[in-house]
Design a binder for this molecule. Structure first.
Ligand SMILES: [Zn+2]
Length: 402
């Protein structure tokens, strides 16, 4: 990177947006949001402990319109509601007659709880050891997922500009050890509970079939509510794509051949946009827009998303924390440059993915924006304008002031 004195000033005043972060993991950092240079944070919820925290920050800081010129100084975040794959084992999907009455559904306890964890955790334990049983019993009582979805829907209704996230698929994570009481006493109480916080990992991963069910039902909620989704994918990029495809299959956009376009005298593909479909009685079965957050797939996986027949608007966002291993002063790796070159300009977003709001978040956002501008050959102002336009389209859809 250039020495700091050669740096062109960063055009914060044009409007810079963080497409994915978790400031509610450190509630003491929330007052710092108003002092930040990043104008709006897209704030994720992930687990039982942070849904209400996101609501509480939304009550004082949620944006109320898609138009930056109308934002007050207090409008600072876009709240998002979702259940992250790292916590997917804590959910069960109720089936059969039970589903009709969501309020009557209850958490699983005792033997039912043990059987649930035997079913959704891998390696599967048909004959669990004492140690396995100790872990299963100490994990949270599994909750009916339909109950969570009903609550998330209420939040999306309450905040009309809220989105869905963080949801996704992760083949590599393992379930952390439940807190031992002596360690729990010593933990940092300023951090919202539920994160890993250096706990040892158990041998258990969550069955991908279970994860897929959880992510698909949330894609469906986003579709029903016509909201964008922030998606986490780790070592499961093909499966994220396939899950989305299962939802839009049969609703592909009709892409005209060159000859057909000429005949029609237009260079635009005829397409049914999401908003047009909205005027019909039923909403489409797929979410209108998704962001592949801190995208870590390879180029050939990403190219699947470039098919113009896909009716979902796709964005990919990048962070210094994940995509560059938080190496602020490091060289930009070739592989990162190649990835950024593949992502079309109108699909690019930037994010911090950090768990604390404040100056540190601004520094990360500036770093990733500068690197992307350099790779794309954009002047800073041009790049910040493109990234800002993309973020507003991701969150608000194609709205025009008026
Ligand atoms: Zn995240």
């Amino acid at each position: 990177m250039n020495p700091p004195q050669e740096k062109e000033p960063f055009p914060w005043s044009m409007g810079v947006y963080d497409a994915h972060c978790h400031p509610t993991d450190t509630m003491t950092s929330i007052p710092a949001i108003k002092t930040m240079k990043t104008r709006i944070l897209t704030v994720m919820a992930t687990r039982s402990q942070d849904q209400e925290l996101v609501t509480s920050v939304a009550d004082s800081h949620s944006v109320k319109s898609p138009f930056p010129e109308k934002w007050s100084d207090d409008e600072r975040i876009v709240p998002c509601f979702g259940w992250h794959p790292w916590f997917s084992h804590q959910m069960y999907v109720a089936e059969g007659d039970d589903v009709g009455d969501v309020d009557a559904l209850r958490d699983l306890v005792g033997e039912e709880k043990v059987r649930h964890y035997q079913r959704v955790l891998l390696p599967r334990r048909d004959d669990p050891s004492e140690e396995d049983l100790r872990i299963f019993r100490a994990l949270p009582d599994p909750t009916p997922f339909q109950k969570f979805l009903a609550e998330a829907k209420r939040q999306l209704q309450k905040y009309p500009l809220a989105q869905v996230g963080e949801i996704g698929l992760d083949r590599s994570f393992r379930v952390p050890e439940p807190w031992a009481p002596d360690l729990e006493d010593k933990r940092d109480k300023t951090l919202t509970i539920g994160g890993r916080e250096g706990r040892r990992l158990t041998p258990f991963r969550v069955d991908m079939k279970h994860q897929k069910m959880i992510v698909k039902m949330q894609f469906q909620l986003a579709a029903e509510m016509n909201r964008a989704v922030s998606v986490h994918g780790v070592q499961a990029h093909g499966m994220v794509f396939d899950t989305l495809k299962e939802l839009y299959e049969g609703h592909e956009k009709k892409v005209l051949s060159k000859r057909e376009k000429k005949k029609q005298g237009t260079s635009q593909p005829t397409e049914t946009s999401h908003s047009e479909v909205d005027t019909e009685t039923t909403s489409p079965p797929y979410p209108p827009r998704i962001c592949l957050h801190s995208y870590s797939g390879n180029a050939s996986n990403f190219k699947q998303y470039l098919n113009p027949a896909i009716p979902v608007e796709i964005f990919a966002s990048f962070s210094t924390a994940i995509n560059l291993s938080d190496d602020l002063d490091g060289e930009t790796p070739k592989s990162f440059e190649e990835m950024i070159q593949i992502v079309p300009d109108h699909m690019l977003l930037i994010e911090s993915d950090l768990h604390t709001a404040g100056e540190h978040m601004d520094t990360r956002i500036e770093d990733i924006a500068r690197r992307i501008c350099k790779v794309k050959g954009w002047k800073l102002e041009e790049g910040v304008r493109i990234l800002g336009d993309n973020w507003r389209r991701f969150i608000f859809g194609d709205v025009r002031d008026g």
